[in-house]
Design a protein around this ligand. Structure first.
Ligand code: KG4
Ligand code: ZN
Length: 355
């Protein structure tokens, strides 16, 4: 089954063609980073307008790169929420228009379910090769997911495709938000997570000793606002550092965030006695987090699955993968499918609205 995925929940306009939920035939992402950078964050109205400008060229590129036309597409999967409602609306409207004109089935996908499905896609590039499809291994069910993005941080028991239970979550900022706010504080621009990651490579993780949030061991929630405030106070007292000292500050801050993420994940593995953990969401692209979680897995005896960095940040291939499993289960959304700014993560226990 060839699924066309569409995503426009924040500042990436993305389209992808995915075969049977595994083989990426094309994966096109148009980022608006440059549009929003000078405002220090995503400006919702600008995001909507740029999605409108970009969505058709991105969609056409995805079809061209997959060497198909809409005639070959079997179904459409689109992110329906959560996200910026004006941004979400763009891909939702395009998806509905194609579905109506072509009489194609359509499903709405929860953005986080998309992130959790990235691990099922073969390969690391814009298209999977035969070798990558043959060699691909995904975690089995149930497994644990550490989902860390710009707007969300949680530990989730993934019981099956489309069946999730949240075990813990951030009580304040998301990890990506903390990275971005501290990067801004250090004059590193927006979004700064990837910049901190790069600078931290030559820094000393012991340069600063940040507070450790939620020290109670059994607590598998997160909190990052204390670290952010601590960094703000440090910069106010010491000024914005430069060169090696900047690298050291980045390394120490990043290490504090990563230590918190990894220690709570270890505890959640102990509590739920799963043997496999997937790391997903934009912050999963962080090299220190990837390495530390793998190290913890080796020490504690759990297997770690991490999508390639390209599939950790927002993309439409992950939406097509999640949509495929919904379509296979017979799910179809009506043509009055709506974009939702907030949306609970789906669980089979709860009654899901198809719209
Ligand atoms: O999943 P995503 O693309 O968008 C949301 O759904 O939020 O995540 C974006 C977040 C941003 O906060 C960005 O700074 C962070 O992911 N990020 C990183 C790295 N790459 C992206 N954070 C730390 N290290 C990175 N390498
Ligand atoms: Zn995302």
């Amino acid at each position: 089954m060839l699924v066309l995925g569409l995503e426009s929940s924040c500042d990436e306009t993305a389209a992808a063609v995915v075969e049977d939920g595994v083989r990426v035939r094309s994966d096109v992402i148009s980022s608006q980073t440059e549009v929003h950078a000078r405002f220090g964050g995503v400006v919702p109205e600008l995001a909507s307008r740029h999605h409108v400008l970009n969505v058709m060229p991105v969609l056409q590129s995805a079809l061209d790169e997959a060497s198909v036309t809409l005639d070959a597409i079997d179904a459409i999967a689109v992110t329906r929420g959560p996200g910026l409602v004006g941004a979400l609306l763009v891909a939702v409207q395009v998806a509905k228009a194609i579905a109506y004109a072509r009489r194609l089935p359509i499903v709405g996908v929860h953005h986080h379910e998309g992130h959790l499905s990235a691990v099922h896609l073969a390969g690391a590039g814009r298209a999977s090769t035969d070798e990558e499809v043959a060699a691909h291994r995904a975690p089995s069910f149930a497994h644990l997911a550490l989902l860390v993005s710009g707007g969300h941080t949680s530990l989730i028991e993934v019981r099956d495709h489309g069946d999730y239970r949240e075990l813990g979550r951030t009580l304040d900022d998301a990890a990506g938000e903390a990275f971005d706010k501290v990067a801004k504080l250090l004059g590193l621009g927006y979004p700064g997570g990837a910049v901190i990651d790069r600078l931290a490579r030559t820094g000393d993780i012991h340069f600063l000793k940040l507070p450790r949030p939620l020290p109670r061991k059994e607590d598998v929630n997160f909190s990052f606002s204390g670290m952010k405030t601590w960094m703000l106070n440090w910069v106010q007292q010491n000024g914005v550092p430069a060169e090696q000292k900047l690298a050291d500050v980045c390394a120490a801050f990043q290490h504090a965030v990563v230590t918190s993420l990894v220690s709570k994940t270890r505890e959640a593995v102990r509590q739920s006695s799963v043997q496999q953990v997937q790391l997903s969401g934009g912050v999963a692209a962080n090299s220190h987090l990837r390495a530390e979680l793998r190290k913890a897995g080796q020490e504690d005896g759990f297997e770690v699955f991490v999508p390639p960095p390209r599939r950790c940040t927002d993309n439409a291939a992950m939406i097509a993968a999640a949509g495929y499993h919904r379509l296979v289960r017979g799910e179809r959304a009506p043509l009055d499918l709506r974009a939702e700014a907030t949306l609970p993560l789906p669980s089979r226990g709860a009654r899901e609205s198809a719209a």
